[in-house]
Write a protein that binds this ligand. Structure first.
Ligand SMILES: Cc1cc2nc3c(=O)[nH]c(=O)nc-3n(C[C@H](O)[C@H](O)[C@H](O)COP(=O)(O)OP(=O)(O)OC[C@H]3O[C@@H](n4cnc5c(N)ncnc54)[C@H](O)[C@@H]3O)c2cc1C
Ligand code: FES
Length: 299
């Protein structure tokens, strides 16, 4: 079962590369950027992310922006290409999508711990919220190569915020779509269809990437059924490489002790049952190293 497999890490560490942008295309509300990244594609596993420098030089935007790696291609003369999916909303992502083919971007990748793959050909369900579906297509390919059934569930607030519907039909055993406003697929959240799919296909593992409330709901459904879930979290990041502790969240270890762990290096993929979802954004008092409350009299 998935929880017993070793985490597949990249074959070697992350690289810092100057990647030439090859194409930028619209996909609904998102942009798909393809760039050359020599050596990165070969090291990438589903669930890895890339940290991209934004703003050019000089810039006040000191921090890199993180993006799940959507696709890689190891063929061709460029030493491999990488695709990311960008939701342009703040200064950094807007700068990125305004680049032109031929421009170069500074990228560190692949980063983080990727999804684990099951040893046996089990039935799996992949759930992506909005651009959170980006890393799930590579994952679907790897799972199907291992003989797994792959049900892909794509959800978003509205149709234009879905990513990968056409591709999903081709890559998964079956595609299920939900939108909050009913503009495509089943009206409602992804959780509205999960129980039925789990029942119909005897789902053994749920993989999720998307907003934290969605991941928390997936983890709860999996736990209630006694099956595994793996969730790729999106905590705000600063350095992306394990130095600054910006991205910590409370996670239970195999010893039952909760620690504040870095989602950039210990994640972004965690087993759903290990994350203390309702305590994310806090340091729980029972967490290892949490500050001990001083009695009033000693202050
Ligand atoms: C592991 C991981 C994978 C991600 N994958 C994708 C993806 O595939 N596609 C995509 O569009 N976005 C993705 N994001 C979110 C993306 O990193 C942020 O939207 C982006 O950093 C925002 O930068 P900005 O300058 O446009 O926005 P601003 O809001 O101006 O950002 C200001 C600062 O806050 C940080 N920040 C703001 N929002 C987020 C956020 N949601 N997550 C992390 N840091 C944030 C930025 O790094 C920056 O330092 C991912 C985040 C993480 C952590
Ligand atoms: S973002 Fe700096 S430690 Fe994770």
């Amino acid at each position: 079962m998935t929880s017993n497999t070793d985490r597949e890490r990249s074959k070697a560490g992350a690289l810092q590369v100057k990647g030439e942008i090859l194409t930028i295309r619209r996909a609904g509300d998102y942009y798909v950027i393809v760039f050359a990244a020599p050596g990165v594609a070969q090291r990438t596993r589903p669930g890895h992310f890339a940290a991209v420098a934004v703003g050019g030089q000089p810039t006040a935007m000191l921090l890199r922006r993180s993006f799940s790696i959507h696709q890689v291609d190891t063929a061709g003369a460029l030493g491999g290409t990488v695709e990311i999916v960008v939701d342009a909303h703040g200064a950094g992502t807007k700068w990125l999508v305004e680049r032109k083919p031929g421009d170069s971007i500074d990228v560190i990748a692949p980063l983080g711990r990727p999804f684990s793959l099951p040893k046996d050909p089990v039935s799996t369900i992949l759930v992506g919220g909005g651009y959170g579906s980006a890393p799930l297509f590579m994952l679907a390919d790897r799972l199907r190569e291992r003989g797994c059934r792959v049900d892909l569930v794509l959800g978003a607030a509205t149709a234009s915020k879905l990513f990968g519907v056409v591709d999903g039909r081709r890559r998964a055993s079956a595609l299920h779509v939900t939108t909050d406003d009913g503009s495509m697929g089943t009206k409602g959240r992804v959780t509205a269809v999960l129980d039925r799919i789990l029942d119909d296909y005897d789902g053994q593992v749920i993989y999720g990437c998307g907003p934290m409330p969605m991941l928390s709901a997936i983890a709860e459904i999996a736990q209630n059924r006694g099956i595994a879930s793996q969730t790729a979290v999106e905590e705000a990041m600063a350095c992306g490489v394990g130095v600054c502790m910006t991205c910590v969240l409370p996670v239970r270890g195999t010893d039952g002790i909760t620690r504040m762990v870095r989602s950039c290096t210990d994640g972004p993929v965690f087993f759903g049952e290990d994350v203390r979802w309702s305590d994310v954004g806090t340091v729980p008092t029972d967490c290892l190293g949490a500050p001990i409350a001083q009695p009033e009299s000693s202050k």
